[in-house]
Design a protein around this ligand. Structure first.
Ligand SMILES: [Zn+2]
Length: 599
């Protein structure tokens, strides 16, 4: 009975949250480190954990021009036809196509915030828009990744429809909500509240609270500033609608941020805002949450934690990347027909050999990993979302080639277009029986994921051998390989990282087959802790990582690294014998980094 009640309560709680999202938000802006999958990850997590119901997820439509013009001047909107203007707003060189797509997506997100606001007022449930928060855009100019000010437009639209109650915009993105502030500078019914690192604007405004805290802010100072100022504003302004710009760029690991706020600190912040609004303005005060800033692959988790708390009233930890990817792949896999994958008895039955008239006497491999026909590989990549991501990056006609070479393994290549000019993905795979005693594994000789059209960011220095930025697809591709191993009966994915940074990127999910190699890696990682990867690689190459006992330079020694798939290998690599061997080897190693190059 108690369990039944608990389940009922959970279902009722889940029934409260509404989410606005559009799959077109998964659009990567070249050179801007905003994870295109942020909204998608959050939504997958909320649905997966039963925190939101599918029928409570709404797809917005692009905002009507007349609504955009409630805030922005006609001259400004017209100026956006010029890709140079849009390039200026995003701080990267964009071609006309990219500029148009970005504007389309932001206008769609304006529609999303309008929808969220309408729905919050009608339903009195919290509504979360998994996008928006373009708070730097003012009436006559865009700035800092913000072309249209979605929150300002939605509020103005509401006022235009006769809404007369006071509105409070709580903007806790790391950066100043200067655009929103400027739009409402003369409107005493809209209070703009912002805590940020530095002020972008101090022109007079009739209803505004600005708190600039400088750099390096920690949890205590951040939460104190919020506690000191927000309750008074809520009590004095008595909002009938609260919009919360819940940017997560104050996080210590944010790629563009300069603060040191922890995950616990961010959640405490979000709870404080919601609790204060409910306590002072009433528990059913309409609340709209928009995402705002948050840069890097882990940014989505901060928002996910907050939203889970908003529904459950307690913390729910989001899964790591690999776990999330596997969950999503499994459902995609389940829908695929095995016969179709193998390419037999279907329209896919023609293999490369059939088409090219291969020598009937020679036994040539025509299946990837002896299982998947080339067209099957293409289908798999489509189903797990690889092509969707490539389309979002502007590669609408990506094609797959499989090169069976000499018969020892296969190379799968994905090109950006039919002419096969732009290589996006290249992976060389083979089945191997020698690397792991008593079992067969999937050996990845190399895995290249690159976006030649994007330029390397000045903020993130290139790694050795890296010519182009990545595609943001590593998690998806590795997840797919894990599932293929499960299907084909291979025990693990194995690769031999040729350089330290490759091992460092993969170490969360991979272990070295040999405990001694694992110990060496851990000693290196400890010596290089806090050093950016490009700099760490340079220190190794220049012989500046040394054995503390002998003073001898330590070089990177490639060794097989494994993602275990079978239970047998999982136990082997996590078992007490392996751990003891790592500990013993580790105790004998003490590595140090000597004199920096200053670069
Ligand atoms: Zn920001």
């Amino acid at each position: 009975m108690r369990r039944l009640l608990r389940r009922l309560r959970r279902q009722l709680a889940a029934a409260r949250l509404r989410v606005v999202y559009h799959e077109r938000y998964a659009f990567a802006i070249p050179g801007v480190p905003l994870d295109p999958s942020r909204g998608e990850h959050i939504l997958a997590f909320l649905l997966d954990r039963g925190l939101v119901r599918r029928r409570h997820v709404y797809r917005p439509r692009p905002a009507a021009l007349r609504n955009v013009l409630r805030v922005h001047t006609e001259a400004y909107v017209e100026s956006l036809q010029d890709r140079a203007v849009v390039s200026g707003i995003f701080g990267v060189e964009l071609d006309a196509d990219q500029a148009e797509q970005i504007l389309d997506v932001q206008r769609l997100a304006v529609g999303g915030t309008i929808y969220a606001m309408r729905h919050a007022l009608a339903s009195r449930h919290p509504v979360v828009h998994l996008g928006g928060g373009y708070h730097h855009a003012a009436a006559d100019r865009g700035l800092g990744f913000c072309a249209f000010n979605d929150v300002a437009i939605a509020v103005r639209r509401l006022q235009g429809k006769g809404f007369r109650r006071p509105v409070l915009i709580v903007d806790l993105d790391l950066h100043h909500g200067n655009g929103t502030r400027a739009v409402f500078a003369q409107d005493s019914t809209v209070h703009t509240y912002s805590i940020h690192n530095t002020s972008w604007d101090d022109a007079p405004a009739v209803a505004t609270t600005d708190v600039a805290l400088g750099g390096g802010v920690t949890d205590a100072a951040y939460l104190a500033a919020l506690r000191e100022t927000l309750p008074a504003v809520l009590a004095a302004h008595r909002p009938g609608l609260v919009v919360y710009v819940a940017g997560t760029d104050p996080a210590g690991d944010d790629l563009l941020g300069d603060w040191n706020v922890t995950a616990a600190g961010l959640l405490a912040r979000d709870r404080l805002v919601v609790d204060q609004v409910r306590a002072i303005c009433g528990p059913r005060t309409p609340l709209v949450v928009v995402l705002g800033g948050g840069y890097g692959h882990g940014a989505w988790r901060y928002s996910a934690r907050f939203l889970a708390w908003l529904v459950r009233g307690k913390a729910v930890e989001p899964p790591d990347d690999m776990e999330l990817t596997l969950r999503r792949h499994r459902s995609a896999f389940a829908g695929l027909d095995r016969a179709l994958l193998a390419g037999s008895g279907s329209e896919w039955a023609l293999t490369a050999d059939d088409l090219l008239g291969g020598d009937p006497g020679a036994r040539r491999e025509s299946r990837v990993l002896s299982r998947y026909a080339p067209q099957g590989v293409e289908l798999l990549l489509e189903h797990v979302g690889v092509f969707r991501r490539l389309r979002a990056l502007g590669y609408a006609d990506a094609v797959v080639d499989v090169d069976f070479g000499s018969g020892l393994g296969q190379t799968v290549r994905v090109f950006g277009e039919r002419e096969r000019q732009t290589l996006l993905i290249e992976m060389r795979l083979r089945r191997d029986r020698r690397l792991v005693a008593g079992g067969e594994v999937l050996f990845v000789e190399w895995l290249l994921l690159q976006n030649p059209r994007a330029r390397l960011s000045v903020r993130l220095p290139p790694l050795p051998g890296q010519q182009h930025p990545g595609l943001g697809l590593l998690g998806i591709v590795v997840g797919l390989l894990v599932l293929i191993c499960e299907k084909v009966g291979l025990e693990a994915i194995v690769d031999v990282p040729s350089q330290y940074y490759i091992a460092a990127v993969g170490h969360k999910h991979m272990r070295f087959l040999d405990p001694a190699a694992q110990a060496r890696f851990e000693a290196l990682a400890e010596a290089l802790a806090g050093v950016p990867l490009a700099e760490a690689e340079r220190a190794l190459a220049e012989g500046r990582v040394v054995d503390a006992a002998t003073g001898a330079a330590v070089a990177w020694e490639p060794a097989p690294m494994v993602i275990p798939v079978s239970e047998r290998l999982k136990e082997m690599l996590r078992g007490p014998a392996y751990e003891a061997a790592v500990r013993e080897a580790r105790a004998r190693l003490d590595l140090r980094v000597t004199g920096g190059s200053g670069g």
